[in-house]
Write a protein that binds this ligand. Structure first.
Ligand code: SF4
Length: 320
């Protein structure tokens, strides 16, 4: 799933599996992570539309700190397949438990939102649905097709689960031809057992590699959070692994702890260190790299997609 957690949410019932975990006090945020409270008229309008169409967003469910800025620009990341996740990642604020029934009308409503907001680019993500035979891949594909029909000028980015043990799921999503296929590694391999206990680092990496094998022209993207306890060498190794899988775009942002029951923040990475990570990523051959304390996988995704296309065109022109 996505990883934009940022606002402490006092809903321990959202995470029954975390109730017995030891408390991890939440440290005070440094100034560079402070954001304005949301509330602009444009933010309210985006919020109203999401409510009217009964759509869930990861912006709200994960308590993203960027919601005021993004929604002011009508940029919301829609979360399909319900509000309840079948995994229990220790960084994530999305509710866990028994998943919702699949809503067959949801793809149409997402398309309606894209058209009503006049979006040039939309990001669609989901909860993990290990309970479904296809992991929700068919629902993703239907959503992509519905957006194409209702808003043909909107480019589409999907941020998918890992579809672990779901044969054919990845192929289903790729065949629906999103413009960008994003799947987050979230953290370095050493921390997987603690941070993403239901996931496998090399499976996620292979998933991204497989997208390029199925459709070499499709842009691929992945992201990690820092401040979870990783060290710099491990981050650089993740970059090398992603480049070996020919991933085009890397995002790196600060992990923020949603509640005292979530994974403890190991430290706040400074803006200067983020700049260094960005330089390393570009040096390693990513077409685009976004690294800053508030970077999230969907943050500025529309502008970044335009940059991604331009970077590929420039690279092809230089090679010819
Ligand atoms: S960064 Fe992504 S998840 Fe956060 S508010 Fe913006 S669109 Fe939503």
């Amino acid at each position: 799933m996505s990883s934009p957690s940022g606002i402490a949410a006092p809903h321990s019932l959202r995470h029954p599996e975390k109730a017995r975990r030891l408390d991890n006090p939440i440290p005070r945020k440094p100034d560079w992570l402070r954001v304005k409270a949301p509330g602009s008229p444009e933010y309210q309008a985006t919020r109203r539309l999401m409510r009217e169409l009964s759509l869930n967003t990861v912006c709200e469910e994960a308590g993203c700190p960027n919601i005021g800025e993004c929604w002011k620009q009508k940029h919301a990341t829609v979360m399909i397949l319900g509000r309840v996740c079948t995994r229990a990642c220790t960084f994530c604020n999305v509710a866990t438990g028994r998943p919702d029934l699949l809503d067959p009308h949801e793809p149409g409503r997402v398309a309606e939102a894209a058209a009503a907001l006049g979006l040039s680019h939309i990001v669609v993500t989901s909860v993990d649905r290990d309970d479904l035979d296809d992991g929700g891949a068919g629902h993703f594909a239907r959503t992509i097709r519905a957006i194409r029909a209702a808003a043909p000028g909107t480019t589409i980015e999907v941020l998918t689960p890992d579809f672990l043990h779901k044969a054919g799921a990845l192929e289903t999503v790729v065949a629906a031809r999103p413009d960008v296929f994003n799947h987050n590694l979230e953290t370095v391999p050493r921390l997987y057992a603690e941070v993403r206990p239901g996931a496998r680092y090399f499976h996620s990496l292979r998933l991204l590699d497989q997208v390029k094998r199925l459709d070499a022209a499709m842009f691929t993207k992945s992201g990690i959070m820092v401040g979870l306890g990783e060290d710099k060498t491990e981050v650089l190794q993740v970059m090398d692994d992603l480049r070996a899988a020919e991933v085009d775009f890397l995002t790196i942002g600060q992990y923020l702890q949603p509640t005292i029951k979530h994974h403890a923040i190991a430290r706040f990475v400074t803006p200067e260190e983020f700049n260094t990570y960005r330089s390393f990523a570009l040096g390693k051959g990513f077409l685009l790299a976004s690294a800053s304390p508030l970077t999230r996988s969907s943050y500025h995704a529309g502008e970044d997609f335009a940059r991604l296309r331009a970077a590929r065109a420039a690279k092809l022109a230089a090679a010819s």
